[in-house]
Design a protein around this ligand. Structure first.
Ligand code: SF4
Ligand code: SF4
Length: 240
C-alpha cells in the first residue's frame, strides 16, 4: 500500500511539474549529461523507487544497478541544514559538484526508472547545452522553486536518511519488505550505504529572498493546498 508520505511526495511532484511547464529550457529526451551519480534524495523518494521495483518484480536487475557505484560527490549537509546555517548568519559553502560517474539507471540514453525518479532529477534543467563537469544554466526562478521544494521534501522525511541516491537505495534495501534483495546483494552493502548518509532535517524557513518568495509563492500555495484524502499537505505537515 502506498504510504501517506509517498502520496504527499507524489502530490508535490505533480504540482512542481505543472508549475515548471512555464519554464523555457532546452532539455529534451535523450539529452543525458546531467544523469550522473551526484543525485541526492530523501528516504521517502527511495521508498517510492523500491516499491516500483517490487511491483515490477525487477529486484535482480535493480540489485545489479545498486552495485555500480562510481565517482560521486556527497554533500556534507542537507538542504535544510544549509538553510538553517544561512538563516543563522553562519558562513557556509554550498559545496561543489565536479565530475561524477554516469547514473546506473541510464540505459540507452533513457532513464529506466523515469516514472519514479527523484526530485533532484525532476528539477534539473538548463537554458544552454550542458557540458560534462560544468554547471547547468538554470533559470533563477526555477532554482528558487526547486530549492524550496527540496526543503519541503526533506521536511517530509525529517529524521530519516538523506543523501546520495545510491546510498539511500542501498540503506533501504534490507528493510523487511525488500528482503528479496538478500538473494542478489552482498550483505555488507546496506551498511556501506548507511555510513555515507545523514538525517533529513525539518524546514527552518525557506532559503529565499523576498523577491524570490514572490515568484515561488504561487507554487508553494498549490503544494500546501494539495489534498491527500480529506486533508491538505499543509495540514498534514503541521499535524492538524
Ligand atoms: S539539464 Fe542539461 S543535460 Fe540535462 S536534459 Fe537539460 S540540457 Fe540536457
Ligand atoms: S535516475 Fe534517471 S533521471 Fe535521474 S540521473 Fe539517473 S537516469 Fe538520470
Amino acid at each position: 500500500m502506498v504510504s501517506l508520505k509517498e502520496k504527499i511526495l507524489l502530490g508535490i511532484y505533480e504540482e512542481f511539474e505543472t508549475w515548471a511547464q512555464q519554464e523555457k529550457t532546452i532539455c529534451k529526451k535523450g539529452c543525458t549529461v546531467c544523469c550522473t551519480q551526484n543525485v541526492t534524495m530523501a528516504a521517502v523518494e527511495g521508498d517510492l523507487i523500491h516499491r516500483h521495483i517490487r511491483e515490477n518484480d525487477t529486484m535482480e536487475w535493480f540489485a545489479e544497478k545498486l552495485q555500480k557505484k562510481g565517482n560521486t560527490q556527497r554533500p556534507e549537509m542537507t538542504t535544510n541544514g544549509f538553510a538553517a546555517a544561512c538563516l543563522q548568519g553562519e558562513d557556509v559553502e554550498s559545496g561543489s559538484y565536479g565530475n561524477a560517474s554516469t547514473c546506473p539507471f541510464l540505459e540507452n540514453d533513457n532513464c529506466s526508472i523515469y516514472s519514479v525518479r527523484p526530485f533532484s532529477c525532476r528539477c534539473f534543467v538548463s537554458e544552454e547545452t550542458c557540458i560534462p563537469g560544468m554547471p547547468a544554466v538554470i533559470p533563477e526562478s526555477h532554482l528558487s522553486a526547486s530549492t524550496a521544494v527540496m526543503q519541503i521534501i526533506e521536511h517530509l522525511g525529517q529524521g530519516e536518511y538523506w543523501g546520495n541516491m545510491l546510498d539511500v537505495l542501498l540503506a533501504l534495501s534490507d528493510l523487511p519488505e525488500n528482503r528479496k534483495y538478500n538473494e542478489f546483494l552482498p550483505a555488507s552493502l546496506p551498511d556501506q550505504g548507511r555510513t555515507h548518509l545523514v538525517k533529513a532535517l525539518p524546514l527552518p524557513g525557506f532559503l529565499l529572498l523576498e523577491e524570490e518568495m514572490e515568484t515561488v509563492d504561487p507554487l508553494l500555495q498549490k503544494i500546501f493546498a494539495y489534498k491527500v484524502g480529506e486533508k491538505s499537505i499543509e495540514d498534514i505537515l503541521n499535524n492538524r
